[in-house]
Ligand binder design. Structure first.
Ligand code: SF4
Length: 450
C-alpha cells in the first residue's frame, strides 16, 4: 500500500525546524504523500527514511528488460488490473521453446521457423520475439554453442536449464545479450542467482506455489538480484490463470513486494487450437511473457493479433495519417474512396480495394481513430468533415473526374456532401468486402453516366 502522510511523519525527525520549506514535519509529510515534495528537502532525514520512501515510490510491478540494449524487451510495470482503467503498457513477448539436443543443421532450421513468424497487421509489424533454448543434454559447451548461434542470428534469448554450470557457460559467452535465465528453484537458487548476478542477467524464479515463490524471490533479492520474472509453477490452465491473477492482485492492490515482478506462463495444451486459446487467455490475464512450444504460422498470427488488440490503448486507437493514400499506382481516372483514419478500418478498406486489382485513391478523414459508424455517431465523419478533407487533401489535383465513394453506412449524408463538396458522391457497400464488386460495376457505370 502507498505510504500515508501519517506513515511518513512517523519516520521524519519531528523537530519542526522548517528547513524543508514547510512549517512542520507533518506539513512536509503531507506534501511527500502526494508527491509534491521530495525527501531530499529535509537535511535531517535518516538513510532508513530515505530508503523507505524510495521503496514505496518504486512501481508495484518491476520493469524487467530482456535482451541486448539495442533491441531489449521490457516486461512488467503494469499499473492496473483491467485495461479500461488505464491501459496495459508492455505487451508480453512470445518465447518459442527450442531444444538444443539436436544437430546444428536442425537447430538452424528450427530457428529459421521461429524467424518466419513475422506478420503485418493494421500497419504494425508483429512477431514472435524470443527463442527459449532448452537444455536437454546437460552439456554446458553444447548449450553455450547453441545459445551463441541463436544470439548471432539476432534472437532475444531465454536460456532454460536447472543446472547452474550450464547456465553459467552460456551466460558467460553472451553477457551483452542479457538473456533471461530460467530457472532458480528451491534446489538451486543460490548458485543460479550467483550466475545471474555475475553476468547481470534477468532471472526467472519458479516456486512450488505462491508462498514458496514469494519466499524465494525475497531471498534472491536479498542477494542483490532484483530483475526477476515469476513462474508460479502451475502448469494446468485453471491453476496458471489463478496464479497469474493472484500475483497481479497482490502486487497492485497490496503492494506485496516479493511478488512485485512480471510473471510468465507456459502454454501446455496439446491440441493446436487449445494452445492458441490457452495462450490468448494468459495474454489477457496477466502473463508478462508467454512460453510456447513450436508454433504454426496461423497459431502465431492468432496470438500476436490477440496481444495487439489487448495492448492497444483503448483511449488511443491505432491511427493512420489523414490525407491521400494510394492502392497500387492510381492515375487521374482511378476511383476515389473515402474512409476514416482508424487503422483497422483503413487497412480493411485498403485490403479490399487491393482485391479489386484496380489502383485507387483513398482519402482518409481524421476522425481521431474512430471507425466509420462510431465517427458518424460522434459527428466526426459527416458531410462537413468529409467535404473539408476532400478539399484539403488536394485530391482534385490528382484526378480529372469528380466522383468519390463513401461507405454505405453513411448513405444519409450523400446529398448534403454533394452540395458541400461539389463532387458526385457514390454510396459504396456497407461492408468494404463488397468494394471489388462495387468498383467493377457501379464505378464504371457512374463514369459512363457522368
Ligand atoms: Fe521536519 Fe525535516 Fe522539515 Fe525540519 S526539515 S521541519 S525536520 S521535515
Amino acid at each position: 500500500m502507498p505510504l500515508t502522510a501519517l506513515d511518513i511523519y512517523k519516520i521524519l525527525p519531528k523537530t519542526n525546524c522548517g528547513e524543508c520549506g514547510f512549517p512542520t514535519c507533518l506539513a512536509f509529510a503531507m506534501q511527500l504523500a502526494t508527491k509534491k515534495a521530495a525527501i531530499d528537502a529535509c537535511p535531517y532525514a535518516s538513510d532508513d527514511a530515505k530508503a523507505t520512501l524510495a521503496g514505496a515510490a518504486a512501481p508495484p510491478i518491476r520493469l524487467v528488460t530482456i535482451g541486448p540494449q539495442d533491441c531489449s524487451i521490457g516486461i512488467g510495470k503494469e499499473t492496473v488490473l483491467f485495461r479500461h482503467e488505464e491501459t496495459f503498457y508492455h505487451p508480453p513477448p512470445i518465447a518459442v521453446r527450442v531444444t538444443t539436443d539436436r544437430p546444428p543443421e536442425d537447430l538452424r532450421e528450427a530457428l529459421a521457423r521461429v524467424r518466419a513468424l513475422e506478420f503485418e497487421r493494421v500497419g504494425q509489424a508483429l512477431r514472435v520475439e524470443i527463442v527459449a533454448l532448452e537444455d536437454a543434454a546437460g552439456e554446458p559447451e553444447r548449450f553455450a554453442a547453441a545459445a551463441t548461434s541463436a544470439a548471432e542470428a539476432g534472437f532475444v534469448l531465454m536460456l532454460m536449464s536447472e543446472t547452474p554450470a550450464v547456465l553459467d557457460a552460456a551466460a558467460a559467452r553472451m553477457r551483452q545479450d542479457r538473456p533471461l535465465l530460467y530457472a532458480a528453484t528451491e534446489d538451486n537458487w543460490q548458485a543460479v542467482a550467483q550466475v545471474a548476478k555475475t553476468h547481470k542477467c534477468p532471472l526467472a524464479v519458479r516456486g512450488r506455489n505462491l508462498v514458496a515463490l514469494a519466499d524465494l524471490t525475497a531471498r534472491i533479492a536479498a542477494q542483490g538480484v532484483t530483475d526477476l520474472v515469476l513462474d508460479s509453477g502451475a502448469r494446468d490452465h485453471a491453476a496458471t490463470l489463478q496464479g497469474l491473477t493472484q500475483i497481479r492482485r497482490l502486487a497492485l492492490r497490496k503492494m506485496f513486494r516479493p511478488l512485485g515482478y512480471p510473471a510468465l506462463a507456459f502454454v501446455t495444451a496439446r491440441h493446436p487450437l487449445d494452445q492458441v486459446m490457452q495462450g490468448t487467455a494468459y495474454i489477457g490475464k496477466y502473463a508478462a511473457l508467454l512460453v510456447t512450444g513450436e508454433l504454426e504460422p496461423w497459431q502465431a498470427l492468432a496470438l500476436v493479433t490477440a496481444r495487439q488488440n489487448i495492448y492497444t490503448d483503448p483511449q488511443k486507437p491505432i491511427q493512420v495519417e489523414a490525407g491521400i493514400h494510394t492502392v497500387g499506382t492510381p492515375d487521374e481516372a482511378s476511383p476515389v474512396l473515402v474512409t476514416t483514419n482508424f487503422s483497422l478500418t483503413y487497412f480493411t478498406v485498403e485490403g479490399d480495394a487491393e482485391a479489386s486489382r484496380a489502383p485507387a485513391w483513398i482519402v482518409v478523414v481524421n476522425t481521431e481513430g474512430q471507425s466509420v459508424m462510431t465517427a458518424w455517431a460522434a459527428d466526426k465523419f459527416n458531410a462537413e468533415t468529409i467535404a473539408k478533407a476532400i478539399q484539403e487533401s488536394g485530391i482534385a489535383d490528382r484526378v480529372t473526374h469528380r466522383r468519390a465513394v463513401i461507405p454505405g453506412g453513411v448513405a444519409a449524408i450523400s446529398g448534403k456532401l454533394e452540395d458541400l463538396s461539389g463532387w458526385q458522391i457514390l454510396v459504396g457497400p456497407r461492408e468494404s468486402a463488397g468494394l471489388p464488386a462495387f468498383l467493377r460495376a457501379q464505378w464504371k457505370q457512374a463514369g459512363v453516366a457522368a
